[in-house]
Design a protein around this ligand. Sequence first.
Ligand SMILES: [Zn+2]
Length: 221
Amino acid sequence: MRSPAQLLVALTLVQACARPGMQAPGIAPLACTAERTAWAVPAGARRSLTVALAVADPSRDGWEARGEWRLREAVAAWNAMGLPLRLVPTRDFQGANIRIVIVRSLPAPTDASPGLQRYRAGVTRLDTEPSGHIVRAHVGLAEHSPLGVPYSVDEQLATLLHELGHAMGLPHASHPMALMAAQSQVTELTAVDQALATRVLRGAACDTPVVARRGETVPER
Ligand SMILES: [Zn+2]
């Protein structure tokens, strides 16, 4: 059995996410493709994904005591959207579909822009099977930037919501009023996020102007 810290070491960069208001030039949103990575969901049905949270380093911001409550709040915010994927908190970290590890800081990727190196707040890696379906998601969430600057609890909670979106298979949104934007201007999920998640998780065609293409606009609901 691997410890949360070991699991974090296994994280590789799939989604690099700055915090709202932080400048991280050069982060390109994911392109929408027909082979988009997704959880397998039976047609017309909903699927539950279990989510567990572990604290790898001694927490400055009370994640040991409050992590379970914070996770429940984040899960409730996503579940309120009525998406085909429903998140269910669990204490079974090893068996969880989505594993979240709270760490002091995430390593700065050497190949990233200077902004991202300074502000890396969260990361999500998706394990997939040959069919392309996601079988597990690993999320790293940092209390400090790679340079040691602390994130506020509100920033960390926003990052948690954002990374849960990636863990469900959502790409970055191009609209700054989406929390799923790479450089979001908001700290809570918005109607733009709901439009994005609904379209993506319901399998909307990729050529519709919905997600993840720079310069396109996410339509308001
Ligand atoms: Zn992101």
